[in-house]
Design a protein around this ligand. Structure first.
Ligand code: GLN
Length: 489
């Protein structure tokens, strides 16, 4: 089996046994990238020299016989929304097209401490606004399962490179579904931790009350290892939770005896593709066969989640994106007459269509006279959505739903209709508004051989329950082993 098909925990054994060096592993990843990247277009920047240096450092540790962390020497890809010292961080936007971060995000510092090898930065929808990567100012990433379809978004580069074997694992960010939805569409594992679990320091802000960094991997074990590496309190992020972080690998238990699984009736309504529904129903049976107690639950305010999200997220975005004015960093328009003109031209030329749409929606929702009618009301509905989940988690341990109502759609199919595009996240945004942790794991293929994702949610800071359910499902099925049929060029 080629190295790029292995998981991080399998590779760790090989590195430890000196069956392969981290430098050889890294080189083999770039060979794979050379063979398929032209078709996938998942990377915006490759950092080969830095990667080989990190790999050599990991090798030195293994050579000395040091006790090496589980992710030492493991090749990882990073979404281009996460600041990486000395490397471009474009956020998929022209406006940050030349931005080289002077510092590392906290998650990067943590990965460096592990000795992880960063292969490069991955493509994304501009400022993480989108569900397909088609809003990237640079390129559209293709889904390795069918090159005519989108990989999901906004972390579509991060999900596609893992599915295509161009990275062993990756990091993405999730505001309304941007880790879970692309994980589902590319047939990999993707997890959004509880809001506050992972530091947002060095994550370019989209909607600060929702944004959260999380891992993509090939299996649940790697997901737990990545969570161990990136979670934890950070004084640099005032919203980061000052709570102890468990060893998530302890939750990798293949048994659900007595675990209560809630199925929200509101998530199986019109718009769910029949293939998706069938896969989810059989996934629920697998959970039941392994000891889970299945119960119907109700989340009555689900219908309002999209409207609420599309007030709160753009409102926060309009405030966060005010800083891109051409003064201190990033792109500056050259043909301006005076300061106001410079701001206007920089922002008109530097931002893409979708970002401008969100800024306008958000500015409107926050403007005087409309604030109460929109933003304040949305905040109230957000509380109702959160209390729906609180009620459900009094009865059940986890809630299980489809991640996305459909499998991957064709490139171009939804670009003309923003509302259609927004609806890709109808099943992920409610949990985002409630700040909950959620995973998407592969649970089958459609008749067209496109991956389907199972979403598992839990109460805040109960990632362990999610991992246990996901691990049990994985151990008793082989969906996560299926690979796209990608030919090298
Ligand atoms: N697709 C949603 C949006 O466009 C969610 C994006 C995200 O989670 N970053 O806002």
């Amino acid at each position: 089996m080629p190295l790029y098909e292995l998981t991080a925990h399998e590779l760790h054994e090989k590195l430890k046994a000196r069956e392969v060096t981290a430098v050889e592993l890294t080189q083999s990843m770039y060979d794979r990238i050379g063979a398929v990247e032209e078709q996938i277009k998942g990377y915006l920047t490759l950092t080969e020299d830095m990667a080989l240096e990190s790999a050599a450092a990991a090798d030195a540790g293994f050579q000395r016989g040091d006790e090496m962390p589980p992710l030492a020497g493991i090749p990882i890809a990073i979404k281009d929304v996460i600041c990486t010292k000395g490397v471009l961080t474009t956020c998929g936007s022209e406006i940050l097209g030349n931005f080289v971060s002077p510092y590392d995000a906290t998650v990067m510092t943590k990965l460096h401490q592990q000795g992880t090898v960063m292969l490069g930065k991955t493509n994304m929808d501009e400022f993480a606004m989108g569900s397909s990567t088609e809003n990237s100012a640079y390129q559209t990433t293709r889904n390795p399962w069918n090159l005519e379809t989108i990989p999901g978004g906004s972390s579509g580069g991060s999900s596609a490179v893992v599915a295509a074997g161009e990275a062993i694992c990756s990091l993405g960010s999730d505001t309304g579904g941007s880790i879970r939805q692309p994980a589902a569409l590319c047939g990999v594992v993707g997890m959004k931790p509880t809001y506050g679990r992972v530091s947002r320091f060095g994550l370019v802000a989209f909607a600060s009350s929702l944004d959260q960094i999380g891992p993509f991997s090939k299996d649940v074990t790697d997901c737990a290892l990545l969570l161990n590496a990136i979670c934890g309190h950070d004084p640099m992020d005032s919203t980061s939770a000052n709570l102890p972080v468990p060893d998530f690998t302890k939750s990798l238990i293949n048994d659900l005896e007595g675990v209560k699984v809630g199925i929200p009736k509101e998530y199986f309504t019109a718009g769910i593709d029949p293939d998706v529904e069938e896969s989810i129903r059989s996934a629920i049976e697998v959970l039941q066969e392994n000891g889970a107690i299945i119960e119907e639950v109700s989340l009555p305010h689900t219908d309002y989640a999209m409207a609420t999200y599309y007030i709160i997220a753009p409102a926060e975005a309009s405030a966060n994106l005010a800083r891109y004015d051409g003064v201190r960093y990033g792109f500056r328009a050259t043909n301006a007459e005076e300061l106001g003109d410079m701001y206007r031209k920089t922002r008109s030329e530097g931002f893409g269509e979708e970002v401008k749409r969100r800024i306008m929606l958000g500015t409107y929702a926050l403007s005087s006279g409309y604030y109460d009618a929109y933003y304040l009301k949305a905040q109230r509905v957000r509380t109702l959505i959160k209390s729906d989940f609180d009620n459900a988690f009094e009865k059940v341990d986890v809630v299980v739903t489809p991640t996305s109502p459909t499998a991957a759609f064709k490139i171009g199919e939804r670009t003309a209709d923003p509302l259609q595009m927004y609806l890709s996240d109808v099943l992920t945004t409610p949990a985002s508004l409630a700040g909950l942790p959620g995973i998407s794991i592969p649970c089958g293929l459609t008749q067209d051989d496109l991956p389907i994702g199972l979403q598992i949610l839990a109460a805040p800071f109960e990632e362990e329950k999610i991992l246990r359910a996901a691990y049990t499902f994985e151990q008793n099925t082989d969906h996560h082993r299926k690979q796209p049929n990608l030919s090298s060029t």
